[in-house]
Write a protein that binds this ligand. Structure first.
Ligand code: HEC
Length: 157
């Protein structure tokens, strides 16, 4: 094989890999939507999975808010530690490929922030410190909601 041909093949290979990384890792499966947000195009079961996770988040935030009001910092720690536990292995593989990188990052960071909230609750008995950390954490909820929505992908047959 001539040197030029080998360089050309390498360039093509790099372009194909870069396209794949851009399509499947960075962009995910998305489309613009009428309300200005980016729509993730997912299957019904994947939508159910995400929304079930979301309702879990809301229940956690509800529990933590009540616990703060009752000055029950131990309960804050328990609830936050539970929401902090996350294994990417539990996410359906098909869904993983459809989520844009920024979405995945915001999602995983939210679990990490719950872990940090559990640490803050363990180290400080201050309801105010915990409340502030919860408010900060919820900026991740609002950031993601203002950028993304879920739409069903077109049927493939
Ligand atoms: C990585 C992105 C992301 C993060 C972070 C995130 N959400 Fe969501 N959430 C979504 C998307 C996307 C939807 C669907 C919105 C739509 O289609 O309009 C949603 C929907 C919801 C719903 C509606 C559930 C249903 O059954 O309809 C609730 C409640 C919710 N989120 C709560 C939260 C809370 C609380 C947090 C933070 C602790 C949070 N979310 C963090 C992306 C996110």
């Amino acid at each position: 094989m001539t040197r030029k041909l080998s360089i050309l093949l390498n360039i093509i290979l790099i372009a194909v890999v870069a396209f794949g990384v851009n399509k499947f890792v960075i962009q995910g499966s998305t489309a613009p939507s009428d309300d200005g947000r980016t729509a993730l195009l997912v299957a019904p079961s994947e939508k159910d999975y995400v929304l079930t996770e979301m309702r879990g988040f809301l229940e956690t935030v509800q529990g933590i808010t009540t616990a703060i009001g009752e000055d029950d910092i131990a309960e804050v720690r328990t609830l936050a530690a539970k929401a902090g536990k996350f294994s990417p292995a539990n996410v359906p593989a098909s869904l993983f490929a459809k989520m844009p990188l920024e979405f995945k990052t915001l999602g995983m960071e939210t679990h990490t922030l719950f872990e940090e909230l559990a640490k803050i609750a363990a180290e400080s008995e201050s309801a105010q410190a915990v409340s502030l950390a919860l408010g900060d954490l919820m900026l991740n909820c609002t950031a993601c909601h203002s950028s993304y929505r879920l739409d069903l992908e077109p049927l493939s047959n």
